[in-house]
Design a protein around this ligand. Structure first.
Ligand SMILES: [Mg+2]
Length: 243
């Protein structure tokens, strides 16, 4: 059974969606909370928000603005903090569910995932964004709710994306050999790590991505159609099971 394991930023989704849409959206809500206005100011004492804030700060704040100031400081310093990610996920959830945000996908992604799913190819996501944020992008995407097509989501709680053992752990979690996984990413270091783990790898060339290093030997793609065309067909597996 083949598994298509997909990175998000720079692979299914433009990098600018995350940096020019999602992060500014969260920042706007945090800045409003400094003035005791907006979503966070209204909801910061609700359990999910309070828990994310306590994880982020290590204690409970006295006001929404105190939490917002703390979060803005982490964002300014680009600190990868689990509590901040949880809080951002909650802020984005608000934006997705009220229709302000739609998860960007390159035009080939939704049709390709539907076709892969119909062919019996298993689909999973591996992104440094939290699993909650991943589900939101695909659940409220420009192409509608794609979550029924996606079997599993992995984030950095499984391990860093540039370390081979993370891909071994994902293969184990999915109950397959690493060789059954085709990992699609835009990042050469992630690609190398997955290759080291024994996965097949395809490197995304998408609008807005950084140029790949000169002389690289990765197999690249500009559309997931090319990736699917290169996978062993699921029918072959069905036939071999029948004989
Ligand atoms: Mg990426």
């Amino acid at each position: 059974m083949q598994v298509l394991l997909l990175d998000i930023e720079g692979t299914t989704t433009s990098i600018s969606f995350v940096y020019d849409v999602l992060f500014p959206y969260a920042r706007g809500i945090l800045e409003a909370a400094l003035e005791d206005e907006g979503l966070l100011a209204a909801r910061w004492t609700e359990p999910a928000y309070a828990s994310a804030i306590a994880t982020m700060m290590g204690s409970s704040p006295d006001s929404a603005s105190e939490a917002a100031l703390f979060a803005l400081d982490l964002m300014d310093r680009d600190v990868k903090d689990t509590g901040l990610k949880l809080l951002q996920g909650l802020l984005w959830e608000g934006g997705y569910s009220d229709g302000t945000l739609r998860g960007h996908l390159f035009p080939d992604v939704a049709p390709a995932l539907a076709r892969a799913h119909a062919q019996g190819i298993r689909i999973a996501i591996y992104s440094s964004g939290s699993v909650a944020a991943q589900r939101l992008i695909f659940g409220f995407s420009v192409a509608g709710d794609l979550t029924p097509l996606i079997e599993a989501y992995f984030d950095t709680t499984t391990g860093p994306k540039r370390v081979a053992s993370s891909y071994v752990a994902i293969a184990e979690a999915l109950g397959v050999e690493a060789a059954a996984i085709t990992f699609c990413t835009d990042h050469p270091d992630e690609a190398r790590a997955a290759l080291d783990a024994g996965c097949a790898v395809r490197v995304a060339v998408r609008p807005g991505n950084a140029a790949l290093p000169e002389g690289h030997t990765f197999t690249t793609f500009t559309s997931l159609d090319e990736v699917l065309a290169s996978l062993p067909r699921a029918e072959r597996h069905l036939l071999s099971e029948m004989t």
